[in-house]
Design a protein around this ligand. Structure first.
Ligand code: F6R
Length: 242
């Protein structure tokens, strides 16, 4: 794993966006794996700025997001499809329909998970997979004890994750219990992985992922086994490292 420690979250987001832009410049038809959540907001804002400055074009890019809540239609304001439109897709030149997410409202979520995995395989797998990190070490919605070989499937979210994500839902509404998520095996097939973690709250998860044993207890620790994984951290997130 390559570990980059930047001064603050702004610098970490800028570095991550720069690495994504470099991937797209090197391969304009890149298949990107994308993430949602608070950490990615600044990364996508920076990518949009790079696009507006003419430094990157996404015209040939396609993408697959890591996950989506089960039961939320794509136009639900808390769905990840809505997040991606608002924070990235509507502001760059990606072709219509090139940004894929699992269909959270599919009547057969298990079948939808399998279809999504097959679509990733058919696209030739992911060139660069962007990841955030959960407080409990999850990547995508692969919660602790997820199989390290798993493919896209249904996962039950832990109480900790639902509490952490409640901030994205209106008062009185709680995040769904189930999500469709790429598996750890799916993520590990990506040719390059780029994990971004910022803020002191992530320091224990970062420590476990980098310095702990490879263990399903801290799913991100599997990245120790990836051939081309870069972790972009700010000083606060890196503060637990030896
Ligand atoms: C989001 C995802 C999650 C988040 C993680 C961190 O698509 O798969 O793994 O990346 O929960 O979220 P934030 O950035 O909100 O702390």
């Amino acid at each position: 794993m390559k570990i980059l420690i930047l001064d603050d979250a702004k610098a970490a987001s800028a570095r991550a966006a720069g690495l994504i832009a470099a991937q797209v410049a090197a391969r304009p038809a890149s298949v990107l794996g994308l993430a949602t959540g608070g950490t990615m907001e600044a990364v996508y804002a920076r990518l949009i700025a790079l696009y507006r400055a003419g430094e990157v074009s996404f015209a040939g890019v396609s993408s697959f997001n890591l996950d989506e809540y089960v039961g939320l239609a794509g136009d639900h304001p808390c769905s990840y499809r809505h997040y991606m439109r608002e924070l990235l897709f509507d502001h760059i030149d990606m072709a219509p329909g090139a940004g894929h997410l699992p269909a959270g409202e599919a009547p057969d979520p298990e079948g939808e998970a399998l279809r999504y995995e097959e679509a990733i395989v058919a696209a030739g797998d992911i060139d660069l997979q962007l990841l955030g990190l959960g407080l409990n070490g999850h990547i995508g919605f692969n919660e602790p004890t997820s199989s390290l070989a798993s493919i896209t499937r249904l996962k039950t979210l832990t109480r900790e994750t639902r509490e952490a994500n409640a901030r994205f839902f209106p008062a009185g509404e709680t995040p769904p219990r189930l999500a469709i998520t790429m598996g750890i095996g799916t993520i590990m097939r990506a040719r390059q992985v780029l994990l971004v973690a910022t803020g002191a709250a992530k320091s224990e998860a970062v420590r476990q992922v980098i310095e702990g044993p490879v263990s399903a207890r801290w799913p991100g620790s599997v990245l120790q086994m990836h051939r081309n994984a870069t972790l972009v951290l700010d000083r606060d997130a890196a503060s637990g490292l030896e």
